[in-house]
Write a protein that binds this ligand. Structure first.
Ligand SMILES: Cc1ncc(COP(=O)(O)O)c(C=O)c1O
Length: 315
């Protein structure tokens, strides 16, 4: 019997090939649209003197994070500790964990990350502050802590000034922690379809956040950072005068859900990330089967839409 050659799946594409030569299904990026989105958001934030801290959960790619930083981003956001590890290891200098976590094991991970990058994180419960404070002291690192306030979404974040003050006081008891400001993020506002209605929802979220800022200021507490905002509301958050920093993630690629938003303001994103697919069976009129398995696509915002180069919208 002859020695069998090792079986290796051929690459779906090689750099420089035309789209027609790409073996489907394949995830493809339109670099012109990607570059336009990258530049537009950096330009909007930069022109307003606002920090841009893109959310890396949208891409989970060190190479893309480095391009965002090269285009002017102050750092990145991550939603999970594990998500942050490759970015910290690759030298991304500033990472904000824009989501709560709980448990001494997780606090130890945060302290480990803080030894490699300038780390900030969100809290909405004093228990988290105590766990992170103890872990940071044990590891000999400093961590910036930003209490999250509920900006109207009703997800995470404190919803009273008393609860906020309890967090600020808890942070103050740990020399390894620094109260650095607030996070006020409203996820639901991002996908309000009408531009004007989205603007009004974002304004209400900013006003809720501003109420907490006034409460802190009246007690002599200054927030160096007020962070929030996503792709859908970035232009309104920039104009609000409340935030110092925005955290958009999806703006680079866009998606079908964001494609259904009305974009009539300063930010005009383009779809840049696609799954190239081929119809592999069409046995009867009005019926086509693609080589994209259901489990390879996200369906939480409905089934994928078909993109045509001729049309400017998803169908
Ligand atoms: C806290 C936080 N900030 C920013 C974002 C980025 O939002 P988007 O991808 O809609 O721009 C998200 C996404 O869900 C988020 O949860």
């Amino acid at each position: 019997m002859t020695q069998a050659r090792q079986l290796v799946v051929p690459p779906v594409a090689m750099a420089g090939q035309p789209l027609a030569a790409v073996s489907t299904p394949a995830l493809v990026i339109d670099l012109d649209a990607f570059g336009s989105n990258l530049k537009q958001m950096a330009g909007l934030a930069g022109a307003a003197g606002m920090a841009l801290r893109p959310h890396a959960k949208a891409h989970k790619s060190v190479a893309i994070a480095q391009r965002q930083v090269a285009a002017g981003a102050t750092g990145i956001c991550c939603q999970k500790l594990t998500e942050a590890y490759p970015f910290a290891a690759a030298g991304i200098a500033s990472i904000h964990l824009s989501n709560e976590f709980i448990g001494a094991d997780k606090a130890a991970m945060a302290a480990e990350l803080a030894a490699r990058t300038q780390l900030s994180l969100c809290v909405d419960d004093p228990r988290q502050v105590h766990e992170v404070g103890a872990a940071a002291a044990h590891a000999g690192v400093k961590i910036d802590v930003l209490p999250e306030v509920d900006a109207g979404q009703g997800r995470c974040g404190v919803s009273s000034a008393d609860a906020l003050m309890a967090l600020v006081e808890a942070i103050d008891t740990y020399p390894a922690l620094r109260f650095a400001g607030l996070q006020g993020y409203h996820g639901g506002a991002q996908h309000v379809r009408g531009w004007q209605q989205r603007r009004e929802t974002a304004q209400r979220a900013a006003e809720l956040t501003a109420g907490y800022l006034r409460h802190l200021e009246a007690r002599g507490l200054r927030c160096q950072v007020v962070t929030g905002g996503g792709t859908g509301t970035a232009e309104f958050d920039i104009a609000s005068g409340v935030y110092t920093e925005i955290q958009p993630g999806s703006y680079l690629f866009m998606d079908a859900d964001y494609g259904a938003n009305e974009w009539s303001g300063a930010f005009r994103p383009e779809h840049s990330l696609f799954i190239a697919a081929t119809v592999m069976s069409a046995t009867r009129p009005g019926h086509a089967v693609c080589d994209v398995g259901l489990k390879t696509v996200a369906v939480d915002s409905g089934l994928p839409r078909v993109w045509s180069r001729q049309a400017t919208t998803l169908r």
